[in-house]
Design a protein. Structure first.
Length: 223
């Protein structure tokens, strides 16, 4: 942390997560004690520290960094359920506070980003160029997978949106939208958008919009 040099992105992510937990414990000492979530935070901190030590072990004995990341991901997949209850207990505790705990929300955001990137490691390992020519037929499906992926990635963004469920509905299924209350205003520019239908973006807690707008600034400065 002091040198700014890490053993890859996994090591850096774990260091950042550990730093956020230290900051949370320092800034919210009274709240943590009153909510009786001290033990849960300690367990999460030990979970992160233990996995960082395991990652260093894999790196020390690695033959390739890609394989190290796959082995570490497989370990996380097996033991990640150990911290689920602790995360839920902490999250429920902080939700009763009058103000949103931005430090905890940011920790969840980075944790979610970390798990999403871990899920991609297994797909980055296989090098089709190393396949021997007489074995190419056994791996033809990799070519098909790649072509399908490129086709979808190159398609119109509409393909990523929910499908309408009935032929008589124009556009998307109305259930995909929410009707804004009469006094709703744009979070950035303040324009009245009450009564309009809007897409609901907050699908999971880690994606919540946690930034705060300074009303003294212009729209251009905010953006």
């Amino acid at each position: 942390e002091i040198s700014g040099k890490y053993l890859g992105w996994i090591d850096q992510y774990l260091a950042v997560l550990a730093a956020y937990l230290v900051a949370i414990e320092e800034k919210y000492q009274k709240e943590i004690e009153s909510l009786s979530i001290k033990s849960s935070i300690t367990n999460i901190a030990m979970f992160i520290a233990g996995n960082r030590a395991s990652y260093w072990y894999y790196v020390t004995n690695e033959k390739s960094r890609a394989m190290t990341e796959v082995l570490f991901t497989q370990r996380i997949e097996k033991i990640s359920s150990m911290c689920t209850n602790h995360l839920q207990e902490i999250d429920k505790g902080f939700q009763v506070l009058e103000e949103k705990n931005v430090w905890w929300e940011t920790f969840l955001h980075h944790l979610g980003q970390f798990y999403r990137r871990l899920r991609r490691t297994r797909y980055l390992l296989f090098n089709t160029q190393s396949i021997l020519q007489h074995k190419m037929e056994e791996f033809d499906f990799f070519k098909d997978l790649n072509e399908n992926a490129i086709m979808f990635l190159s398609s119109s963004v509409e393909e990523l949106l929910p499908m309408k469920t009935f032929a008589n509905i124009q556009g998307l299924d109305p259930g995909f939208f929410v009707i804004l209350s009469s006094e709703t205003k744009c979070y950035v520019c303040g324009v009245d958008i009450g009564g309009k239908a809007a897409q609901w973006q907050l699908q999971i807690p880690v994606d919540q919009n946690i930034w705060v707008v300074d009303e003294s600034k212009t729209v251009e400065e905010i953006m």
